[in-house]
Design a protein around this ligand. Structure first.
Ligand SMILES: Nc1ncnc2c1ncn2[C@@H]1O[C@H](COP(=O)(O)OP(=O)(O)OP(=O)(O)O)[C@@H](O)[C@H]1O
Ligand SMILES: Cc1cn([C@H]2C[C@H](O)[C@@H](COP(=O)(O)O)O2)c(=O)[nH]c1=O
Length: 217
């Protein structure tokens, strides 16, 4: 099922790819055009979703290094369920544009690939949570995991979360899973080389978003 009324675009990529920074620029530009018809949100958690944000606090907390990988997958799916109900569906029903910093593909890449639970298992688990809600388009910022992790360690000022602390091999599996997804769904997933300088990444992402919004009208 595609988003029925509004337009739903997710931003995906490994840690440190630049999603949040790029989305910040795109939000400012789009807000000038769309005003209240633009909703920018994120996962895990979600704008205006207290329950999803509370799950975020638990699932990302470095105080829980022993969290079981299936517990982790269930928590991400549970947060997503609540995020859809509280934030995404109401906005789409009101014909708004929803931009989400991460969505379902993150679970496929991190829990399916990184945690090695398997893509099919994660898709089935999330079918229950999403009831088939798939973004109209996904902007995937592709980066070598070594570079993404280096960016986080050297330049980021906010805290390092539980998954950021995983070994390089975990992040390599995440990137591999993202790349496989992008190959399997070229229509939905627009790949952008996030190894480029920031302004070039923004320009490519902006072009992709504009194209999706124009096609949709
Ligand atoms: N193209 C770029 N070149 C160099 N540095 C960048 C680039 N894009 C982002 N950065 C820097 O890399 C760091 C991580 O960026 P950002 O937080 O936007 O990534 P992210 O994909 O949202 O990461 P995460 O998923 O881990 O939250 C920031 O310090 C940001 O300024
Ligand atoms: C939605 C989602 C996220 N993750 C991981 C990916 C990141 O390491 C963190 C979120 O941190 P961010 O700084 O807000 O990007 O959670 C995941 O493993 N599975 C998911 O479904």
């Amino acid at each position: 099922m595609k988003a029925m009324q509004g337009t739903f675009i997710s931003f995906e990529g490994p840690d440190g790819a630049g999603k949040t920074s790029v989305l910040g620029v795109i939000k400012t530009r789009l807000q000038a055009q769309l005003g209240d018809d633009l909703v920018v949100t994120r996962e895990p958690g979600g704008k205006g979703s207290k329950i999803a944000e509370a799950i975020r606090d638990v699932v990302l907390d470095p105080a829980y290094p022993d969290m079981d990988v299936r517990t982790e997958a269930l928590l991400y799916a549970a947060a997503r369920r609540q995020h859809i109900l509280d934030t995404i569906q109401p906005a789409l029903a009101a014909h708004k544009v929803v931009l989400s910093d991460r969505y379902l593909d993150s679970s496929v890449a991190y829990q399916g690939g990184g945690r090695q639970l398997g893509v099919q298992t994660i898709l089935e688990l999330n079918q229950f949570a999403t009831q088939g809600l798939v973004p109209d388009a996904t902007i995937y910022l592709d980066i070598d995991p070594e570079i993404g992790l280096q960016r986080i360690q050297t330049t980021r000022t906010d805290e390092i979360n539980r998954l950021d602390q995983e070994a390089l091999a975990f992040h390599q599996r995440v990137t591999q899973a993202y790349r496989q997804l992008a190959q399997a769904e070229p229509q939905r997933i627009k790949v952008i080389d996030a190894n480029q300088p920031f302004d070039q990444v923004v320009a490519a992402a902006w072009q992709a978003v504009e194209q999706v919004l124009t096609e949709d009208k």
